[in-house]
Ligand binder design. Structure first.
Ligand SMILES: [Zn+2]
Length: 210
């Protein structure tokens, strides 16, 4: 219902040599202005009473900030150098392998580890059931707990991160054994097992592998 108040339109902004299309969504109920980069491009949310020149200068100053953040993100794979468990590892010929072969190689590293640690943390957390553990090449989530079938699927992407960060994802998914959503109760259990969970999560989101 609230969505009806949106008034969205597209505008092109030129910064230096480049031009950027920004979707502008104005709402009379908004108090602050924000710019974010989504899958389909830049989206600016702003109060409808904000003067046009303020809106424009906000967008023009925010775009370079967002872009520089993205550029700083380190790549997990550079040529034949691959981050495996947070360590830059040289794998001869990696860059010329097919995606299937690369994924198979990475899966061989990750799967035994997440299997072992899921078992270990299950015991630690008092879970009697035996979870089946899978690894998939998916980038939208780090892990999914299918509680009904007692299986957890982890993202292959995790292979690039330090084991401590991977553990935080394992503990997160195992906490879903007890609590379905991300409520206060959920975090109470999670932080009991992984006290520095928030730091690990920050690293994960910001692509800090080590
Ligand atoms: Zn969750």
């Amino acid at each position: 219902m609230a969505k009806r108040h949106f008034k969205g339109y597209f505008e092109t902004y030129r910064i230096g040599e480049e031009s950027f299309e920004v979707e502008i969504r104005l709402s009379p109920y908004r108090r602050s202005t924000s710019l974010s980069l989504r899958k389909n491009g830049f989206v600016c949310n702003a109060p409808s009473r904000l003067p046009k020149e303020n809106l424009d200068s906000f967008i023009v100053s925010s775009i370079p900030k967002i872009l520089s953040k993205i550029k700083k993100k380190p790549e997990p794979i550079e040529g034949d150098d691959v981050y495996i468990f947070g360590i830059k590892t040289h794998i001869e010929g990696f860059s010329s392998m097919s995606k299937e072969k690369r994924n198979a190689l990475l899966k061989k590293e990750l799967l035994p580890y997440v299997k072992e640690m899921t078992k270990e943390y299950s015991i630690k957390m008092g879970i009697k059931e035996d979870y089946e553990v899978k690894v998939r090449d998916c980038h939208s989530v780090y892990g999914v707990n299918h509680r009904k079938t007692l299986s957890i699927t982890y993202s292959l992407n995790l292979v690039h991160y330090d084991k401590h960060i991977i553990d935080s994802v394992i503990i997160h998914e195992l906490t879903h054994h007890f609590v379905y959503g991300h409520s206060e109760k959920f975090y109470k259990i999670l932080l009991g097992v992984a006290p520095d969970y928030r730091l690990s999560r920050k690293k994960l989101i910001n692509h800090i592998y080590a």
